[in-house]
Design a protein around this ligand. Structure first.
Ligand SMILES: [Zn+2]
Length: 316
């Protein structure tokens, strides 16, 4: 009888200590978020001529915004070939995402903006097409990618996986987010079994995550815990996703030079994705809700696939 009472007392004490620890952790978490409700944003670092802006963060998330700059300096000649369309709204959405991340986690992502118009420099192309022989443009191209390289390397050296996001906009009539993993329409038209084959996995910006398991490549691309599924649950159309597993015959952006360079060429510890947002999501009056939706999907993806925990994953 005495022994039974002692056991009960000891269980009660353990429970009480457990509750106290839980409460103090919860309060600490709340406190730390409350402290950073209105954080002083970190001072940006600039490349030469202020063409490239890097805002340092604390989360293992790196966001690049290449095609929403508005500078057209005379010192740079116009490019004579290639695309020059602007991805309007992607800079505003990304700035709002920084605020969303801070509100939800107390921490911000790392962000790199190019402030030049695309007719002056396209950082999402290899250097010849990007800068077309102009030395000043080439320097900005080099600085842009060096900021991304340097922060990704710094994070993964700590053993924390990096989520790299390349933010874009398109105007295709289907009105859905095109999610790029460097897999083209023809690849996505294949069966899940074929998508899981080594050639397509090696081509993909999800290759490191696939190798780590436990989900298959096809599950990560369009299964119930894919980015597409997270957008489905938010009522936002996207492809690839459970509801739109492939773009079929429609035009589709599969991921460009930047995604290849930073998430496929040297993929250790890197998970990469390109978001091509449709015009409806990029309208100025939609930028707050778009930022909220994408931030929510990104945090869910990090929690499910990258073991992200707000209180422990921190990179200064
Ligand atoms: Zn773009």
């Amino acid at each position: 009888m005495m022994r039974a009472i002692l056991v009960i007392l000891s269980i009660r004490t353990t429970l009480r200590v457990g509750v106290a620890v839980f409460l103090s952790v919860a309060l600490a978490a709340e406190f730390s978020i409350a402290q950073t409700d209105n954080p002083v944003p970190s001072m940006p670092e600039w490349g030469s001529h202020r063409f490239v802006e890097y805002i340092a963060g604390e989360l293992p998330v790196v966001i690049a915004v290449p095609h929403d700059g508005d500078l057209t300096p005379d010192i740079l000649p116009d490019r004579t070939f290639g695309v020059s369309a602007r991805d309007n709204g992607t800079q505003e959405i990304t700035r709002r995402m920084i605020t969303e991340f801070v509100q939800r986690t107390g921490k911000s992502p790392h962000v790199v903006f190019l402030h030049l118009r695309r007719k002056k420099l396209d950082v999402n192309r290899e250097e010849f097409e990007a800068a077309q022989g102009d030395e000043t443009a080439l320097r900005a191209w080099t600085e842009y990618h060096a900021f991304i390289d340097s922060v990704c390397d710094r994070i993964r050296r700590t053993g924390t996986p990096v989520l790299f996001i390349d933010m874009h906009g398109q105007k295709h009539p289907e009105g859905r987010i095109e999610i790029g993993y460097r897999l083209e329409s023809d690849d996505l038209a294949l069966s899940d079994a074929e998508l899981n084959g080594p050639v397509l996995v090696e081509k993909s910006s999800l290759q490191w995550l696939t190798a780590r398991g436990p989900m298959t490549h096809a599950e990560l691309v369009r299964g119930p815990m894919s980015f597409g599924a997270m957008f489905d649950r938010l009522g936002i159309r996207s492809t690839p996703s459970p509801s739109d597993p492939s773009p079929e015959s429609h035009r589709f952006y599969s991921g460009g030079y930047t995604l290849y360079r930073h998430a496929v060429e040297d993929p250790d510890g890197i998970v990469g994705v390109q978001f091509e947002l449709n015009p409806e999501l990029r309208q100025p009056q939609q930028s707050a809700s778009t930022a909220k939706a994408i931030t929510g999907a990104v945090l869910e993806f990090m929690t499910v696939h990258l073991g992200f925990r707000t209180t422990t994953e921190e990179v200064q």
